[in-house]
Design a protein around this ligand. Sequence first.
Ligand code: SAM
Length: 159
Amino acid sequence: MNIKIVSVGKIKEKYLKLGIDEFSKRLSKYCKLEIVELSDEKAPENLSKKEIEIIKEKEGKKILSHIKDNTYAIALAIEGKNLSSEELADKLNNLSIMGRSNITFVIGGSLGLSKEVLDRADFKLSFSKMTFPHQLMRLILLEQVYRSFRIIKGEPYHK
Ligand SMILES: C[S@@+](CC[C@H](N)C(=O)[O-])C[C@H]1O[C@@H](n2cnc3c(N)ncnc32)[C@H](O)[C@@H]1O
């Protein structure tokens, strides 16, 4: 399975970089992992709604250029659907069985994802109603994808 993560914004925190590297290494045993890190647009305080939409659209265009047509795209969105770890594992396994082995996860920047990206997504995945910073979200996503593969393979992991 090919897993791509397209994410807006750099990882600045060292402790998150360490965690991301660790789970990327662990995941490499189960899939081909590619992380595409896109630069975020400058977003000063007090932007108008219109300005926020323009920035999200610009970031969205960059994101869309990294989602190939044959890819099953999963956008991370607070308003998306909650899945248990077992349900995410099932979803990835079923996609693989159906020959959909190219999966792209998308994580937005500080302003979130554009309508165009959300419309392109085949599935919108929520990790709860809480807002996580994009840097932490990348680590949480990697851990959950790693957990999915452990579940799929029937291998032991933390409860
Ligand atoms: C700082 S958040 C953006 C917050 C923005 N106000 C919004 O509503 O999307 C950055 C990105 O992290 C991801 N994210 C943050 N919290 C999430 C959650 N609970 N579930 C799924 N994705 C989340 C989303 O992809 C989001 O675009």
